[in-house]
Design a protein around this ligand. Structure first.
Ligand code: ADP
Length: 396
């Protein structure tokens, strides 16, 4: 990497596209931006420099735009703000790598064709991850593109953690637990020992709590169990997803209530979780500010389920040395962290209330010195993890 070389990272979700630009071999963040509200509401774009100052903003008042229009806008924006830099590679977040991809991968037409076959495993996310790769291949085929998979970090899990108790004729089709948010957990596992070297070989449970939410048990930095399974709807209740559900409920919805597959999918992915229980909002900030008992019930259910999963993941690890909060809710909601830590007192968790309440930014410990479980906040940084993987692939 020459000093003016840069890596672009693209994280295309179902309703947003985020991009980041990293300079040189040190991968210094130069700028980041996102387009939100694709398809619904007022689509808006904002770009910030490394210090968080807004460089540019844009809105589409005539109606929401789609991914393709959003990508074209982002490419034009990036090209006019490169300032003499040369884009040497583009790294993409790809939600699913199936059983084939246990690490980052140079994206060729052949790899894309294999990933197309995984779309039924992540129908709401994977097509949006792959579309920008194809746009870039068409527009700039000479620029290498690297796919970084949210499932890859979990391929280290023992067989029992990946298995469903189903017959081989089903499991042989790839119907097993994969786990997601792997890039976030991989970043946490790389970042935590830099702040406390004693945690390098530790038993850690990390909770990535954003609009999507999951938890992961890590032993010496490797995933041993996770709450998300075959799809990203399993595990914790999320903004609009229900999390773990007795499969008998799905059969009942279809058989007794006459719902078709599309209606069940909409219910489980878009109408449940915090939104479904509260009937008000999927947004934790709105629920925390509301006096409505349904908002309180939704938050209490999320706290309860995090506590149950924490016990289960601690069992998978044979004990617990550290608990990590990450993601928009994990990083910002002191009330949720306090409630989770209160319920985890039986594991030896002791929260330092002043540290928990502090408005400090960045990675920090929020447990008391005598807490037998160290509690940390680690701001999510999947983009940096993608940039590192992309650089590795370029250099090897
Ligand atoms: P995504 O999974 O889409 O990347 P984020 O990680 O940004 O989402 O998390 C979004 C969630 O974080 C929302 O529920 C939002 O309400 C919550 N959140 C953001 N800031 C705060 C805050 N200050 N207090 C409580 N919750 C917050």
């Amino acid at each position: 990497m020459a000093p003016r070389d840069c890596i672009v990272v693209i994280n295309a979700g179902s309703s947003s596209i985020k991009f980041s630009l990293y300079d040189g071999a040190a991968l210094d963040l130069a700028m980041r931006g996102k387009i939100e509200n694709l398809y619904a509401g007022v689509t808006r774009f904002v770009a910030q420099d490394a210090a968080g100052a807004v460089i540019d903003e844009h809105r589409w008042p005539d109606g929401p735009i789609d991914h393709a229009t959003g990508m074209r806008f982002l490419i034009d924006f990036a090209q006019s703000h490169l300032d003499g830099r040369r884009v040497v590679a583009v790294g993409h977040r790809i939600v699913h790598g199936g059983v084939d991809y246990s690490g980052p991968q140079l994206l060729t037409e052949a790899v894309l064709a294999r990933l197309d076959q995984l779309v039924p495993l992540a129908p709401l996310h994977l097509p949006h991850n792959l579309a920008p790769v194809r746009s870039m291949l068409a527009m700039a085929p000479q620029v290498p593109q690297v796919g970084c998979f949210d499932t890859a970090f979990h391929t280290s899990q023992p067989a029992a953690a990946q298995a469903f108790a189903l017959p081989p004729r089903i499991t042989d089709l790839g119907i097993r637990r994969y786990g997601f948010h792997g890039l976030s957990y991989e970043y946490i596992s790389s970042r935590l020992p830099q702040s406390d070297p004693q945690l390098a070989g530790a038993r850690v449970v990390a909770a990535h709590l954003g609009n999507g939410a999951s938890m992961c048990a890590m032993l010496a930095g490797r995933s041993v169990a996770s709450t998300m399974g075959f799809t990203a709807v399993d595990g914790l209740p999320m903004g609009t997803r229900c999390g773990a559900l007795d499969p008998g409920v799905v059969l009942y919805l279809i058989d007794e209530l006459g719902m078709d597959v599309a209606a069940v999918q909409k219910l489980l992915y878009q109408e449940s979780g915090l939104l479904g229980v509260s009937g008000l909002s999927s947004d934790m900030r709105t629920l925390e500010q509301s006096g409505d008992p349904r908002a309180k019930a939704a938050i209490a259910l999320m706290v309860y389920r995090i506590g149950r999963e924490l016990g289960s993941l601690a069992a998978a690890l044979g004990g617990l040395d550290a608990l990590v909060f990450s993601g928009g809710i994990g990083e910002n909601s002191k009330a949720l962290r306090a409630a989770v830590c209160r319920d985890a007192a039986w594991l030896g968790v002791r929260l330092d209330t002043a540290a928990n309440d502090s408005r400090a930014d960045g990675i920090r410990r929020i447990s008391t010195p005598d807490s037998s479980v160290a509690v940390w906040i680690v701001p999510a940084n999947e983009e940096l993890m993608i940039a590192r993987h992309t650089l590795d692939i370029l250099e090897h």
